[in-house]
Design a protein around this ligand. Structure first.
Ligand code: HEM
Length: 264
């Protein structure tokens, strides 16, 4: 099953060009949802106003080379490993889900555009990566959903309590889970179940990408921007207008040791 491209068999009933248009439509939905969210929440206006204000208190002018170095380091360390989540389970779960999702999306596009259709060859590698991406997303996502979510781990709410803020993680998990189930039943020749999960797979993609405006989807664009701005502000001395770090030793008393810090 893992080496099988599920879009190839689907191409016997659905033309590959329709699948390609579906992917393009999903990309457009991301762009539209994010832009409308930015306009309504005014986060970009705030972001640039804050950056402009901070620039006034900069103590050092950064050269192009320095800026490039900071941006590259932020991309590899802060963004690539989601370092803001500290060390621990929360970060590991996020990294699994993040890379799983990226792998799943990239391989979906490559399979549909390059390896689906009567005249196209098969790619076992990309088919394998599609399944691995979905599995990694499920591992990271379900771990987060059942055990690490603040509502569950710190506020003692049951795992089945769902609020609007869960739209993103649930839609993401639905896409990977239904995608895997579709591939499994298709591979085993269970036509009815395979179509049922295909419909659920398509529906969850429409919810994930159509719900960008209402969900946390766009954090994958905002967070990297904020991390780059924070590191540039630290390097040019403006520190986002925050006071300089204290030069006294960090003594918080014994109280701080009573409970493990949790990096939400
Ligand atoms: C494809 C890219 C990404 C995916 C699929 C993804 C997925 C997720 C998911 C499912 C959540 C849980 C959301 C919730 O609270 O319900 C989350 C939270 C979070 N993400 Fe991402 N993310 C991505 C990129 C990023 C990037 C690039 C950063 C930072 C540079 C980032 C930082 C965070 C942080 C700080 C949280 C809060 C974590 C927590 O509450 O434990 N994410 N992400």
């Amino acid at each position: 099953m893992l080496n099988n491209n599920p879009f190839t068999i689907l191409a016997e009933t659905v033309p590959p060009v329709a699948m390609q248009y579906f992917i393009i439509a999903m990309v457009l939905l991301i762009a539209v949802g994010t832009i409308i969210q930015m306009i309504h929440h005014k986060n970009l206006t705030y972001f640039f106003a804050n950056a402009k204000k901070a620039k006034l208190s900069a103590t050092k002018e950064l050269g192009i080379g320095e800026k490039t170095g900071i941006i590259a380091k932020t991309a590899v360390v802060d963004i690539g490993t989601t370092s803001e989540l500290g060390f621990g389970k929360r970060r590991l779960a996020h990294v699994l889900g993040m890379y799983g999702t990226i792998l799943f999306w990239v391989s979906s596009a490559i399979l549909v555009f390059c390896y689906t259709g009567a005249d196209k060859s098969n790619s076992e590698t990309w088919s394998m990566l599609w399944h691995v991406g979905a599995i990694l997303t499920c591992i990271g996502g379900y771990w987060f959903w059942f055990f690490l979510r603040v509502d569950v781990s710190a506020e003692a709410h049951p795992w089945y309590r769902i609020i609007k803020a869960d739209l993103f993680v649930l839609a993401l998990l639905a896409c990977s889970t239904f995608g895997l189930a579709w591939s499994y039943f298709q591979f085993n020749g269970q036509v009815g179940l395979s179509y049922l999960f295909l419909i659920l797979f398509v529906a969850s993609n429409l919810i994930l990408f159509g719900g960008v405006y209402w969900s946390k989807f766009a954090h994958m664009f905002y967070k990297p921007g904020a991390a780059i701005q924070k590191n540039l502000a630290e390097a040019d001395g403006s520190r986002d207008n925050l006071p300089p770090p204290a030069d006294a030793p960090e003594q918080f008393g014994l109280g701080i040791k009573r409970e493990e810090p949790k990096h939400y």
